[in-house]
Ligand binder design. Sequence first.
Ligand code: CTP
Ligand code: MG
Length: 224
Amino acid sequence: MLVVPAAGRGDRLGAGRPKALVELAGEPLLVHAVRRAHGSGAVDVVVVVAPEGAVDEVTALLAPLQLPDLRVVPGGAERQDSVRLGLRVLDADVDVVLVHDAARCLTPPAVFTAVVAAVRAGAVAVVPVLPVTDTVKRVRGTLVVETVERSELVAVQTPQGFSPGPLVRAHEAARGAAPATDDAGMLESLGHPVRTVPGAERAFKVTRPLDLVLAAALLREETP
Ligand code: CTP
Ligand code: MG
């Protein structure tokens, strides 16, 4: 099962509408993301967590994809709330749950299959990662406090994959706590091991306007 949090406002993109509904090559980011995820063959049920008031719009936008089992639910104030609401429609017999940001709309199919395979091989939580390329420093105000050893750092992407029970329990346990920016971090803080698989440069998150320019260029390159 795949949960797609798509209920964010997209403040940093600044398009004046929820980011998942912003168009890229004539289609909303969400449609690109779900098409690729489903095209990987690694997901069956798709749960989309829609922006407030946009459940019907999202259902209509995804209708052309003819997904075998699409469920659209309204989201919450923080990403973590949206994922928790998506997990409420989980079926009891699911063996793997993927959580994938609508904003990572060009994620290649191979990342989905690698994450699912790692969960099926016994991992409780799996994250796709890439090495960090910039030097990273810890600062206080304008003063550098420390340079962090880069060889130990990775940037974390989605889809993240989970064994359903631990993921649901982590979300329930985290209710009311400071919101987490990723799901695996919640399992990590409960002491579960989190495994990594190779991520992909194309799985970058559309966050700021420049990211949309990059995504459009990549799509043009894909479509001859
Ligand atoms: N998301 C969500 N519900 C929220 C906040 C975020 O479902 N309350 C989703 C977004 O739609 C996005 C993913 O979580 O697909 C990653 O979040 P982010 O990139 O931060 O998106 P936004 O919150 O929309 O952007 P911003 O933080 O710039 O407002
Ligand atoms: Mg956000």
